[in-house]
Ligand binder design. Structure first.
Ligand SMILES: C=CC1=C(C)c2cc3[nH]c(cc4nc(cc5[nH]c(cc1n2)c(C)c5CCC(=O)O)C(CCC(=O)O)=C4C)c(C)c3C=C
Ligand SMILES: [Fe+2]
Length: 483
């Protein structure tokens, strides 16, 4: 066991908790912001112990940036390795430290051997106008976007083909208006780089990958790279603050079908202090651009989802959105900013009912009620994209001005705001300990990879059925007008 400590290099950004014989309480020994050689940590602690003549028992080395108090840390008996502990509700990832009468016999560390990866999940967007229709096909072929009853699942792909073709002209206009493509890949790549640097500054070396759901680089490509890089511990971070079946849920389901690796998934993070404060900073700053900041209505506009997701399928999206906005408003109030605010949902597609109230309708109502100053805050997404740059900045702004609103402002998306990226890095570090094996061992399996005969049969019958459905002129009109 002695040999274990000597060659192990640890990179820790946490605390080493030590127990002294004379003191019933644990003291926290901060070991932050250094790259340690395991031997040197213990050498240092041993010296400390000899100086204070207090025998030392190392009970845990955490990998968290914040330790909190150590009141309810349970006693660890001598000789026993410390693996995972709970301290005031927080999970600590620790090395295994072997101690006898204050003498460190050795240490083995999972962290030392791990190759840590962070996978950022995002929606993806067409990079050129040619990409628009195939991008839309991928989106509508997702059973978490168009939720068909099991019996009709075979219609998914032909329906996606049809809807994507019908929707493409309108989408193309939007993408053309913002320069001919989505900026999402560029911004997400920048966020990935910024996150890697922030993690490095917090002494966690990690590779950061980007996996998009509907366009390049696809999640499957990212996973291929993760496997190639021999990543042994992965934190999955969807870049959607609030969870929805249609966004994070869809990407996570895809991941679960693809691979098995110790993975920790951060399903939502809308309530994190760093995120809330970063949003409040942006709003506070933008309010100052109005001549009468206290008169401004703060208008949160979230991407909508069909109402049935929330009411029938149990999507927590609306609840999380409302809680998130309450937290942001509390933060603003604590800064002496008690402005009025409201929430509405944008970007509905198709003939079904979506979450209400709808952004366009609320803008008109606010204008009618005499609101003169409006600050739009995009809330469901952390980078600029078609729905901020085109829908909000162009369509809704024009509608607002036509509806009697005199002064219009818009809060930018968080992008690479440093307080936000730093908070994401903390979220990753905190999630690392809970990486556990994912449930499925399946290899990549997209529909397109299935048996070609089975695929052709499915497409053939599906297309015929879709065609028959469309022979009903009424149905065709409803679809065309609503897409
Ligand atoms: C939290 C964010 C999002 C939710 C929830 C969401 C649900 C959802 N979206 C569609 C249909 C479309 N979305 C489109 C683009 C798009 N959607 C989001 C985010 C959420 N979608 C983003 C960030 C983007 C833009 C990506 C980019 O190009 O920059 C599109 C394509 C654009 C368009 O034609 O309007 C469609 C279509 C549904 C049906 C849905 C829930 C079921
Ligand atoms: Fe969307």
């Amino acid at each position: 066991m002695k040999a274990m400590g000597s060659g192990v290099h640890l990179k820790l950004s946490g605390f080493c908790h030590r127990r002294t014989n004379n003191s019933p309480e644990l003291s926290c020994h901060s070991l932050r912001a250094f790259t340690f050689n395991a031997t040197s940590i213990f050498h240092c602690l041993r010296e400390d112990s000899q100086r204070s003549k207090k025998p030392l028992e190392i009970v845990a080395i955490s990998h968290l940036a914040s330790a909190g108090s150590s009141d309810n840390f349970t006693k660890t008996s001598l000789h026993k390795p410390v693996t995972k502990r709970h301290l005031n509700g927080k999970t600590f990832f620790s090395t295994e430290a072997y101690v006898l009468d204050g003498e460190v016999l050795g240490v083995s560390s999972d962290i030392a051997q791990e190759r840590v990866g962070v996978l950022l999940l995002n929606l993806g967007g067409p990079e050129t106008l040619h990409d628009v229709q195939p991008f839309l096909f991928n989106l509508f072929a997702d059973p978490d976007i168009i939720r068909l009853p099991r019996l009709f699942r075979f219609l998914q792909q032909p329906l996606a083909q049809l809807i994507s073709v019908l929707r493409a002209p309108k989408s193309k206009e939007g993408y053309a208006a913002i320069g001919g493509g989505s900026p999402l890949r560029r911004i997400t790549d920048e966020q990935a780089r910024a996150l890697r640097v922030a993690l490095e500054e917090k002494n966690l070396h990690a590779n950061v990958y980007v996996g998009m759901r509907y366009w390049h680089p696809f999640t499957e490509e990212a996973i291929h790279q993760i496997k190639k890089d021999n990543i042994t511990k992965l934190v999955v971070l969807p870049l959607y603050p609030q969870f929805s079946i249609s966004t994070s849920g869809s990407s996570i389901r895809l991941l679960q079908n693809i691979f098995r690796l110790p993975v920790s998934i951060i399903e939502s993070w809308y309530q994190r202090e760093g995120y809330i404060k970063s949003m409040a900073d942006l709003i506070e700053k933008e309010l100052l651009s109005f001549s009468e900041p206290e008169e401004v209505m703060i208008f949160f506009s979230a991407h909508g989802v069909p109402l049935s997701y929330v009411e029938d399928a149990g999507d927590p999206y609306r609840d999380q959105m409302e809680e998130c906005i309450a937290l942001i408003m509390d933060e603003l109030e604590s800064r002496g900013i008690p402005n009025n605010h409201t929430l509405a949902y944008q970007s509905r597609v198709g003939p079904v009912q979506w979450l209400k109230p709808y952004t366009d309708e609320v803008i008109v109502e606010l204008g009618q009620k005499g609101v003169k100053n409006l600050l739009a805050v995009p809330i469901s997404f952390v980078s600029e994209h078609i729905e901020t740059l085109e829908e909000i900045d162009m369509e809704y702004k024009q509608l607002a001005l036509q509806s009697g609103i005199k002064n219009w402002g818009r809060v930018p998306a968080l992008g690479c705001t440093s307080s936000f990226i730093s908070d994401l890095a903390d979220a990753v570090i905190e999630a690392l300990p809970s990486a556990s094996a994912m449930s499925s061992e399946k290899d990549t399996c997209r529909d397109a990879d299935m048996d070609p005969v089975q695929y052709a049969i499915k497409m053939f019958f599906g297309s015929i059925l879709t065609f028959i459905l469309l022979l009903s002129p009424k149905l065709f009109c409803v679809l065309r007008n609503s897409l």
